[in-house]
Structure formats: structure tokens, C-alpha cells
Design a protein. Sequence first.
Length: 455
Amino acid sequence: MKTIFISSFHPFISKNILNTDVFKIFRARQDLKIVLLVPFVRKEFFEANYGSDNVAVEGIDTTRFSNSRSNGFFSWAAFFFVYSHWIRRKRRDYLNANWSIYNFIKFRSFMVLTWFLSGHKALNGIFRSLDWRYSPGDFFKKQYDRYKPDLVFSTDIYTDFDQAVIKEAKMRKTRTIGMVRSWDNNFSKGLMRFLPDKLVANNEVIKKEAIELHDYPENDIFIGGLPQFDDYLKAPFQNREDYFKSIGGNPNKRVVLFAPGSPEEFGGVNLAIPRVLKEAKQKGILPEDIQFLISNHPHRPNDFSELAGDKDFIVRWLGTKLGGRENVEFSSENSRQLADMIYYSDIVIWMASSIGLDALVFNKPEIVVNFDLEKIPYWKSVRRFHDEDHMRAFFKTGGIKMAGKLDDVVNFVRDYLKNPRLDEEGRTKAREQQLWKVDGKSGERIANFILSFLS
């Protein structure tokens, strides 16, 4: 029997891999032993949702990583080797929250140093050599000694945990396959410290970024698509009557879906959107046959208590809480609920989110909230999030409306309700750019690619 390690240290891995055909195909192989490496605090969730006779769940004490000074240093230093809008925004956010002359000089110095170090294959190689020599290589010694895996599948290659899994596998001459978890990761997670033997990319964009930013060999990249969207082609999972009954909505009304950002960053705007939509409906600017569905932020939900009892609004939160606002996972049922929510929506409004990709599967008109309620500096503005490198490429397709003020939101909703096919050509371009193939076979492609290294 062959043994494969699969890492799952980020909540979206459940949604992106474990709830998809990738894991289902693995688990159906009775000649395959699967070992899930997960945070210890979430072990019970994974055992309950994914455990079986050939699936073992290993809970990992993640505090060991944060207590390692050498690992912490190289994790921090990796961000000096990829110059991006994301790193500039994060450092600027820190400066805004901790303003001083010293921090301003540090910010400027760090950005100059990042600009100087980025994009040089030789410097990347030197950094990786030092990282290999001085960072720990035994975080997973107990698990490797116990199971002696034949293959390691790192589902989120930029986390410290996954990088440690990859390094230890390479030290033991075990084959590794890595995957870029999300569309922003090549820009937002620093340099890929240890390169897996093979890399799975969702699309051509991520493949190109991995080559240009991280020196990853082109011939070792496999494009598989986005497996979390395979089941979307089976939607709806509930008929319209049952779905709206389950959420307290009206099956005879159209739906405008709003996915707010975190309250810390977007609190005022998050509350202003429902208010302006309600006012527009009351004034007859928007039609009577619509209702507003709010899908609250998964990790940092907003307080929409002012909408309680309002027949025009439904506030939902999707996820499985395991204790603490950041300790959230996404079950298979949550994935089906998300698919139905978008399937039954007529328009999707969002900010700083990946839900725009979900909406593309169903060709839903999209509106991005790209404004503040008052004039504030750019580096404190909502706009700074939508200027990130991966977002700019997405918006250039012309398939998404960018709302620059509250009135734009109302006008765009009205226009899309009248003609849902507006900007459809741009959405098709965005779909091709980001989703690659939506044929229901991404999970099968990725699973078969990985399993080919065990034969």
C-alpha cells in the first residue's frame, strides 16, 4: 500500500481540495493510505468530515513553527524577494497604524531593499541555499518516521507549515507535489522558499507568475483548473422553493447578493451598501421584485443587526466554527450552500474577495465596491485592495463593473436587472483567464496527475 501526505492548514483547503473530486478519488483507492496533516485544534473536524479506513488525521502543534527563530527569520525575509503591490500595502498598513519617523524610514528602506532584491534568479538561489542550511528540517519527523510516505501533496505551498513539509520530504528523498492555493498567492506570500518537484497551477496566469516571480521550471508545472468549481455544474442542490424556504427568502423575487469585506477595513462602506439599496427600492429606483442577500465575511463577520426583521434583507454566514473567529473550516455542505447561493443570485456585489471567481462560473453580473464614504488617503482607502496585481489583471477583462460611489452601485444594479447580458463578453474573457476550464473535470485531472507519481 502506498502512502500520501496531504497538508491542510488553511480553511480554504477543505473547500478547494477535500470537498472535491481530488480527495474523493484518492479516498476511493483502497490501495492508498492518506494521511492528512492538519492543525491540532481542528483534528476532530477533519476526522468527522474526512476520516475513513484509509484516511488518518495527524494533528500538528503549530506553535512549534512560531517558536522557531530561524524559521521565523526566513519566513519574514522571503517577502524581500517579491516586489508587489500587496507587500507595499501591508507595510504601509503597519506604518499607518504605528506612525513614527523611525517606522517611516524603515518602511522606505524595506521597500527599496525589496525592489533591489526582487527578480534576480541568482539572489533567489542564494537565499534558498541559506534557508535550506539554517532553517529546521524536522518539524514533521514524528509523522515521517511513522508513516514513511511515498508522496507528499502540499496544497498551500507558501505557508510555513507546507514549506516545512516540503523541505523534510526533500531531505528524505520523498517526491513532492505542490499547489498554489489562491489567485493572489504568487504575489502576496513572499518567495517560494523550497520548490516542490512538481507544481499544480489553476490556470495559465498562475503558471506564468510562478515562472517569472519564483523561478519555477516551466516543464514541471501542470495546469488542472479549479476543482472547487466542478460541483457548481451540478447546482442547484436544492430546488428554488426549498432553497428560499431554508434561508427565509421569497422564491418569487430576484436576488442581489452582497459579500462585504471585513469590518476592520470596510465597516462604514459595508453598512452603507444595504442602506442605499433599501432607499433605492423604497424610492422606486429599483424594482419591487428584488430582495437582498448578504453573505457575511467568513472570518470577520460584520454586525448587520440593524437589518434584523427587514423583509428585504437576508443575512447569512457560511462556514463551520471551531472556536474563535479565525478558526473556521468549510464542510462539503457549506460548499453546496455557497454554490446554491450564487446560483440563485442575479447580481453579485463584492469587495476584496475571491467570490468574483465563483460568480464567473454562473456568468453572474458583478459589481465591485471601489470607494470610501469620505475622502481619505489612498493607503487607507478601499481602492488600495483592488489595485493588487492579481486584481488588476482580472479587472482589465472588462467583465466587472467598478463602482466609484454609492450612486454607481444603485445604477449598476438597475442596469444589470434590466439587461443581465451587459458586459457578458468581458465576463467570458475573465472566465477564460481565471477559471481556465469549467468542465467538471478539474478534480479528476489533478487527482490523476498526482496518482501517476505513485504508479
